[in-house]
Design a protein around this ligand. Structure first.
Ligand code: CMC
Length: 402
């Protein structure tokens, strides 16, 4: 009683105080823990930035070494998980496998599940509880690449690869994806760096749909594997992490640059969506889109230009000049160019959202940790609704129904 639906789609609802990521959507500003995304993309790397997002400050050399060692060490999987992966259909979507994979991981680590012990496990200031939390963080970040590579290789009927030693996080991922057994494998340094930059800029973006899902799920004090699995499912949709895949499908359907004007007209008639444009928060270009565009040029030097690049550029330029898009403040988001890079690097189309999840596990964990340790404890997220259905009515047996 007295309730009103205030904010359909949460356009203007803040549900938490956060110190992690700052976005100014009007000015096109993105900062992690105060550091501009451009500086981090230029000077940091994905794992160092992951530490920053989760613990709040850049690591010292010793902290960095420990952090990287722990994450890479936790990349290996329990042997039984291989059977689990082999039970998927040969053509299963990698996002379905990945979502299930995170959930499966939880079954291996009951220590992460507070409900099994009947207590709130994670308490700030309690060293044992924080160490337990850290272990789940190492495992989830470390195994994200391994799960992703398993989802990739199982469809090709290839054996799984144990994460190597001596490579970076991104290098290890590339090795696990495509390693054919050669000795002294070294990933192409330009592609490794490019993927690392893409990982870094995808690591967090405050309360988007998937992060909100992680927090909503985590607010019941479930284990972090289940919360991350829920976030992964949310990211799968084409309005969120599936958008980079949708961009490529759109570009393929447009084909040549000369077909761009008729596509733009179809968007304006609301028959089509311009995937990779528009954002709930940014009302100007997404600052990450510039970094991705620059990275694309580096990658194309190694792989050669993607044949869809010219169509993408023509589409971009046409939309940026068109009154329909200008009036609605629609500009390229992070997904507009990233798919072209993934395609040029040889990743299959339906694998693109996986390349978003792997780094985003970091942001989800940063927000989950912040919520679990917040002062005053966790309050379960339980919104209300306004019921507009039927009033009370009495049950009618089947043979009396008309
Ligand atoms: N193409 C055509 N029209 C659009 C688009 C688009 N991509 N995005 C928004 N609009 C129109 C929309 O129809 C509406 O017009 P009107 O006011 O005349 O009804 C107006 O712009 C406002 O859009 P909205 O749907 O109210 O905006 P939203 O904040 O609810 O949605 C969005 C944001 C990202 C879901 C939407 O822009 C979209 O669907 N974009 C395409 C999908 C995409 O690229 N998603 C990736 C987002 S960034 C990475 C991530 O979060 O995963």
């Amino acid at each position: 009683k007295g309730l009103r639906v205030q904010d359909k789609g949460f356009l203007n609802t803040a549900v938490i105080h956060s110190t992690i990521t700052y976005i100014d959507g009007e000015a096109g500003v993105l900062r992690y823990r105060g550091y501009p995304i451009e500086q981090l993309a230029e000077r940091s790397n994905h794992l160092e930035t992951a530490y920053l997002l989760i613990y709040g400050s850049l690591p010292t050399k010793d902290q960095s070494k420990y952090w990287e060692t722990e994450i890479l060490r936790h990349g290996t999987m329990h042997a039984d998980s291989e059977e689990f992966f082999r039970s998927f259909r040969y053509d299963a979507h990698p996002m379905s496998m990945l979502t299930s994979g995170f959930s499966m991981l939880g079954s291996f680590y009951p220590e992460a599940n507070p409900s099994l012990k009947g207590q709130r496990l994670y308490t700030d200031g309690d060293a044992a509880s924080l160490a337990t939390m850290d272990r789940q963080i190492y495992r989830l970040i470390g195994k994200a690449t391994t799960l992703a590579a398993m989802a990739y290789r199982v469809r090709q009927g290839r054996d799984f690869v144990t994460p190597p030693t001596g490579l970076s996080y991104t290098g290890s991922f590339l090795y696990q994806m495509d390693h054919l057994g050669e000795e002294n494998y070294v990933p192409n340094p330009i592609l490794e760096k490019a993927l690392d930059v893409l990982f870094l800029i995808h690591a967090d973006h405050e309360l988007n749909a998937s992060c909100t899902t992680v927090l909503q799920t985590g607010s019941s004090l479930v284990d972090p594997y289940s919360a991350i699995a829920a976030g992964c499912a949310s990211l799968y949709g084409p309005l969120h992490g599936g958008a980079n895949e949708a961009v490529i499908r759109m570009l393929i359907s447009i084909g040549k640059p000369e077909n761009v004007p008729s596509f733009i007209e179809a968007v304006k008639r609301r028959e089509k969506t311009l995937s990779g444009f528009g954002h709930r928060v940014y009302k100007t270009s997404d600052p990450r889109s510039f970094i991705v565009r620059k990275t694309a040029d580096e990658v194309f030097k190694v792989t050669g230009k993607d044949e869809l690049l010219e169509t993408a550029m023509a589409l971009h330029d046409a939309a940026m000049k068109d009154e329909y898009f200008i009036k609605r403040k629609l500009a390229p988001n992070v997904d507009f160019w990233s798919g072209l890079i993934y395609r040029a690097m040889g990743f299959p189309l339906d694998f693109f959202p996986v390349l978003f999840v792997v780094p985003r596990v970091v942001g989800w964990l940063a927000h989950w940790r912040q919520m679990m340790l917040q002062e005053g404890g966790v309050k379960i997220w339980r919104p209300r609704q306004v019921y507009v259905g039927a009033g009370k009515r009495d049950y009618v047996p089947a043979d009396e129904r008309t």
